[in-house]
Design a protein. Structure first.
Length: 317
C-alpha cells in the first residue's frame, strides 16, 4: 500500500503544481483580447460617465480596449444576471451598485446571489439623501415628521425604488406618520417632481446638490450611515435611529477568477480609480471616496446585505 500512497501523493502534488502553472500562464497572457464591461445603466448617465473615465487608464494598464455593453434596468439585475453567465476568465466585468448584489437577491426575483461574483472595486458612493424644497415648514427629517404628526398631514414621497420604500415603511411604523410613496423613474424626474411641488420630499442620488447650493432645496437626511460629501452636517438615517441604506458603485466579475488574473484586475482597477482624471470626475460630483479593492468591497457587500435584511425586518414589524 505504501508505494500506492506515495504515487497518489506525488500525483496530487503534481496536480497542484500543474494547476498553479496554468493559472500563472493565464495571468501572464492576460489580457490578450478586448474586455467587456457590462454596465447596469442606460448610456449617458453619471454611472456611464464613471465607467468611461475609468476605462481610459484601465485600457492603458491592461493593453486591451474596454468594450461597453449597456444592460440597464431592474436596479442592475439585468446586467448582473448576464455577467453571471459569462466565463470567469477576466474578460467580463459588470458595473452596478452595492444594492444590485446586496439587496436585489433578498427580493427573491433574481437568479443570482451575492456569492455568485468576485468583487473587485468600489469606486464611488452616491450622494443619496432625502430632500425637499427649502420653503417647506421644516428643516430636516425630524422636524418634517413632527410637522406631519402635529397637522395630521399625509406626506407624499418621491420613490426611486424598493429600497427607499422599505425605509419609508420603517419610518411610518416607527412614527405613525402617513407617508404615500409615489414612484419616480429617474433622478432628473425627481428634481422636477420636488421643484414642481408634486411631492413633499423624495430620494435623490446627487442631482439635488446644485439646488441645495442655490438655496432651493434642503437635505433632510442622508439615506445611509455615512455623512454626505456636499452636506456633511446633515443627519444620517442611522444617527436618527432609522434603517440606513448606502448606494455604492461597484465592479465585479463572474465567480471563480484565476487568482493571478483577479490580482491583476484589482491592481489595474484600483490604479484607474485613483487616477487624476477619475478622481476629478467623482470629486466634482461629490461622490468621491477612497477606492476599495477586492476584499474591502466583498466585505462591504456582505455588510450591506446584512443591513438590508434589517431594513426589511424593520418595515415588516
Amino acid at each position: 500500500m505504501k508505494p500506492i500512497r506515495k504515487f497518489l501523493g506525488a500525483t496530487f502534488v503534481a496536480g497542484l503544481t500543474i494547476s498553479a502553472s496554468i493559472q500563472s500562464a493565464v495571468a501572464e497572457g492576460y489580457a490578450n483580447k478586448p474586455i467587456e464591461m457590462i454596465i447596469g445603466f442606460k448610456p449617458g448617465g453619471f454611472s456611464d460617465a464613471m465607467a468611461r473615465k475609468l476605462s481610459e487608464p484601465l485600457t492603458e494598464a491592461l493593453g486591451q480596449p474596454i468594450v461597453h455593453t449597456y444592460m440597464g434596468g431592474a436596479g442592475g439585475s439585468i446586467a448582473a444576471t448576464a455577467a453571471k453567465e459569462k466565463p470567469a476568465d477576466g474578460y467580463s466585468l459588470v458595473v452596478a451598485t452595492s444594492l444590485t448584489f446586496g439587496f436585489n437577491p433578498l427580493q427573491g426575483d433574481v437568479t443570482y446571489t451575492m456569492d455568485d461574483f468576485d468583487y473587485l472595486l468600489t469606486m464611488a458612493r452616491f450622494e443619496t439623501a432625502f430632500v425637499s424644497l427649502a420653503d417647506k415648514p421644516w428643516t430636516d427629517l425630524t422636524s418634517m415628521l413632527e410637522h406631519a404628526k402635529a397637522t395630521g398631514m399625509p406626506l407624499k414621497f418621491g420613490s426611486l425604488g424598493p429600497a427607499d420604500r422599505l425605509q419609508i415603511d420603517a419610518i411610518t411604523k416607527a412614527t405613525g406618520v402617513t407617508i404615500i410613496p409615489l414612484p419616480v423613474k429617474s433622478g432628473a424626474n425627481m428634481m422636477q417632481q420636488i421643484l414642481g411641488g408634486h411631492v413633499d420630499f423624495g430620494l435623490s442620488g446627487g442631482p439635488h446638490v446644485q439646488y441645495v447650493k442655490s438655496g432651493e432645496m434642503i437635505v433632510l437626511a442622508a439615506s445611509g450611515s455615512e455623512p454626505l460629501n456636499a452636506t456633511p452636517d446633515a443627519p444620517t438615517m442611522s444617527s436618527l435611529g432609522y434603517p440606513a441604506v448606502s448606494y455604492n458603485s461597484v465592479i465585479a466579475a463572474p465567480k471563480g477568477l484565476p487568482a493571478d488574473v483577479k490580482t491583476k484586475l484589482e491592481t489595474a482597477l484600483l490604479a484607474a480609480a485613483n487616477s487624476a482624471g477619475f478622481q476629478e470626475l467623482v470629486q466634482g460630483r461629490f461622490v468621491g471616496i477612497t477606492p476599495m479593492g477586492a476584499d474591502e468591497t466583498a466585505a462591504s457587500i456582505k455588510a450591506i446585505s446584512s443591513a438590508m435584511e434589517g431594513v426589511i425586518s424593520a418595515s415588516d414589524r
